[in-house]
Design a protein around this ligand. Structure first.
Ligand SMILES: Nc1ncnc(-c2cnn(Cc3cccc(F)c3)c2)c1Cl
Length: 298
């Protein structure tokens, strides 16, 4: 587990650190944290098997930030977003975004276009996922007839998000807002897959977060990145077994190979990654960005 201290950013106060991202508040002229903005910083840290790996992936934070910004631009017809500016300190250039501080809704808004992970476990138990009946005979990796809203609670640090019945979402934010974020979350994933499928990437599921700015529902956090979503290479898609991850497979394969000397069941932190695994992983993040956006990563 990395024990890295968050970067000190002059003119900003550190607010919170997630596994791979850090949150800061800009300071106002009197040196007090502003209440209306935040700085979202994406690190080069990578998470695997619920551990934050000690070995950073160079440019990961920048690639995912630029990809998320690209998706935000393509979703404005569906929903406004929290982006204020990319004019950020040089130390975090390209991997940080200045955003409007919102009243975040207490719901991890997840939508699934393909069945796997926790959704598959629920389906195998009773043919439903998040209370929605699915066709019989679906396999690991099966495409769903349409994206399904499968919200979860925001678990405390170190714990897994828990499935949140839709009735609990309504109780938490009201029926109208629940219906709104359900519609937006599934539409965002559908839009993402329309664009990604043409570029050889399947987005199996995604997590988005919404906040309120007054009465406006605003898309916050990050959107449709390999950290917030499962990215699968379309050409290897084959329902019936776990699909290879577009970006994480090299790391998973090495960590679970004898070469790493790591025993996943030991509960011990994984070892450092070898340079070739780091570079191959970096290349997959860059490849995903370039294929989706049509831009050259620099
Ligand atoms: N626009 C907003 N307004 C208010 N709060 C948030 C907010 C709080 N937490 N998170 C998740 C997170 C994003 C990055 C780095 C982390 F450490 C944690 C997002 C946002 Cl994005």
């Amino acid at each position: 587990m990395t024990s890295s201290q968050p970067l000190a950013l002059p003119g900003y106060a550190h607010v919170y650190s997630g596994k791979v991202r850090d949150l800061y508040a800009p300071l106002d002229d009197s040196g007090a944290p502003r209440a209306d903005q935040l700085l979202l910083v994406a690190s080069d840290r990578m998470s695997a098997y619920d551990f934050v790996l000690d070995t950073p992936i160079p440019d990961k934070g920048k690639v995912l930030t630029q990809l998320s910004l690209w998706w935000f631009e393509r979703l404005t017809d569906l929903v406004p977003n929290h982006v204020v500016s990319t004019d950020v300190p040089a130390a975090v250039e390209g991997r940080a975004v200045l955003v409007r501080r919102l009243e975040m809704l207490p719901v991890e808004c997840v939508a699934r276009a393909y069945l796997t992970g926790g959704g598959l476990v629920e389906y195998r138990a009773d043919g439903h996922v998040s209370g929605v009946a699915l066709p019989e005979g679906l396999l690991d990796g099966s495409r769903l007839p349409e994206p399904v809203f499968t919200p979860s609670t925001k678990a405390p640090v170190g714990e897994h998000d828990q499935p949140m019945p839709y009735a609990d979402v309504e109780a938490a934010v009201g029926a109208s807002l629940a219906d709104r974020v359900r519609g937006l979350t599934t539409a965002i994933l559908a839009r993402g897959n329309e664009i990604a499928a043409e570029r050889g990437i399947l987005i199996a599921d995604t997590k988005v977060e919404f906040g309120l700015d007054g009465d406006d529902v605003v898309l916050a956090d990050e959107v449709l990145t390999p950290d917030s979503s499962r990215f699968w290479p379309a050409d290897l898609w084959e329902p019936g077994h776990a699909q290879p991850s577009y970006d994480k497979q090299y790391v998973r394969d090495w960590l679970t190979s004898p070469a790493s000397g790591w025993d996943r069941s030991s509960g011990e932190a994984p070892p450092d990654l070898p340079a070739d695994v780091v570079e191959q992983t970096r290349a997959k993040y860059v490849e995903a960005y370039e294929r989706l956006t049509g831009r050259t990563f620099s």
